[in-house]
Design a protein around this ligand. Structure first.
Ligand SMILES: O=c1[nH]cnc2c1ncn2[C@@H]1O[C@H](COP(=O)(O)OP(=O)(O)O)[C@@H](O)[C@H]1O
Ligand SMILES: [Ca+2]
Length: 393
């Protein structure tokens, strides 16, 4: 086809940007590039008076699946997913503010697991999308966040939003984040002994509101829920051969299916003739964690805030309410794992991995971190800002 004559285009005025937005309002665009999905957070801040810091007024959130790491061999296609989300930002932020609105992307465990050149190729495609956008691109705006920053960020968010960081007698809570590819544990040690018994690279100091905090924090790469599924199946550090079948006693006996993670296709199924149920499953998942994690004594006496997949699986099995979350003991995950694994046929409508996931969570908490059966966990949806029920400012 010859291209149509576009003579009429010149008749219309170019799209203009009217400066109609409030001048005390600021915006920020943050991408969380997780192993299972990419999420955009568009924050609105309002500066009510010049002496005070701006207050968070609102947040717009959207997400896409799969995560960037699934595009390991198609970096341009991966960057397209970011571009799609960025379109939302152009609608949400008034055009008069575009060029002052910073846009950043922080990638977590999915990209940490990829070979460095592949991860960099994805990030540079994303950088290009940002550069072509009308937003402000700060230095180092597209990068892989290191594991300890990830843990600290979660800890600050929870303790700031619950008011602990500016209260007189600080009762900070620890945080447990279970992602797809990595898991983080972070808390403020109360006993000197804990710090003495902790490897140096598990301790990070930082300053905030005129206090210095010495936090215990560590991110375990490859110990997220989805990576743990592969480890349990024996498929994590393997070159997967086409047609190869991975079996586990944690899966329904007759199940045969396939699953894509990190750009690789895995075929998996139940133990057709062998055992299934909690006992054999638990011994499989324990092998994934046993002896591989540092166990600080103090955590048995502290309470923790648990989110991400701890929350998702607790909601899936009615251990807690979707909206309110809830307080659980470590033993509640074990009880639920037994119930699901020993009655797998009753849970077929849910994910076939439900038994494996609950067993892994139990093993990670007890055998991995060394929590007691009765350690209390506040299981909540990840705190993200104003729509969480926690005061933001
Ligand atoms: O913005 C969010 N709000 C609430 N939950 C989130 C958000 N982003 C991720 N999650 C949770 O994080 C988990 C997935 O982990 P993710 O994809 O971030 O892997 P990673 O942290 O290992 O890279 C899921 O439980 C998902 O519900
Ligand atoms: Ca995450």
């Amino acid at each position: 086809h010859p291209s149509p004559d576009m003579w009429f285009q010149g008749l219309f005025p170019p799209r203009v940007c009217l400066a109609n937005a409030r001048t005390n309002t600021f915006y920020g665009i943050m991408f969380d590039a997780g192993s299972t999905g990419t999420r955009i957070h568009i924050y609105t801040f309002v500066q009510k008076n010049p002496e005070q810091p701006p207050e968070l007024e609102g947040e717009i959130f959207e997400s896409v699946k799969p995560g960037l790491s699934a595009y390991v061999d198609q970096p341009e296609k991966g960057a397209e997913t970011v571009k799609g989300l960025l379109k939302m930002a152009k609608e949400a932020v008034p055009c008069s503010h575009w060029k002052e609105t910073p846009v950043v992307l922080k990638a977590t465990a999915g990209l940490r697991l990829l070979p460095e050149p592949k991860a960099q190729a994805l990030l540079s495609e994303v950088r290009e999308v940002f550069e072509k956008s009308p937003f402000l691109v700060p230095n180092n705006s597209v990068s892989i966040m290191d594991g300890s920053s990830e843990g600290i960020l979660a800890w600050i968010t929870v303790n700031f939003l619950t008011g602990q960081l500016y209260s007189q007698n600080q009762m900070t809570v620890g945080t447990l984040d279970l992602g797809g590819a990595s898991t983080q544990i972070t808390f403020l040690p109360r006993s000197e002994e804990t710090l003495e018994q902790t490897p140096v690279d598990f301790v990070t100091s930082f300053e905030m509101f005129n206090s210095t905090y010495k936090l215990y924090t560590h991110s375990y790469l490859g110990f997220g829920l989805k990576a743990a599924r592969l480890a349990t199946l024996g498929a994590l550090e393997m070159k997967v051969v086409n047609g190869q079948m991975f079996r586990s006693s944690c899966l329904p006996k007759r199940l045969e299916a396939e699953w894509h993670f990190g750009g690789v296709r895995y075929q998996y199924g139940g133990n057709k003739e062998g055992e299934t149920g909690f006992e054999p499953c638990y011994s499989e998942v324990v092998k994934v964690v046993q002896g591989k994690l540092h166990q600080p004594d103090e955590i048995r006496r502290r309470s923790f805030y648990a989110f991400s997949y701890y929350y998702d699986r607790a909601v899936d099995t009615d251990l807690i309410d979707y909206e309110k979350g809830g307080v659980l003991e470590v033993r509640d995950f074990e009880r639920k794992a037994k119930e699901v694994c020993d009655n797998m046929d009753r849970y077929t409508s849910a994910s076939p991995f439900l038994c494996m996931d609950l067993s892994y969570i139990t093993a990670l908490l007890k055998e991995g971190f060394g929590f007691g059966d009765n350690t209390l966990l506040q299981v909540r949806e990840a705190l993200q800002g104003p729509n969480t029920g926690f005061p933001v400012s």
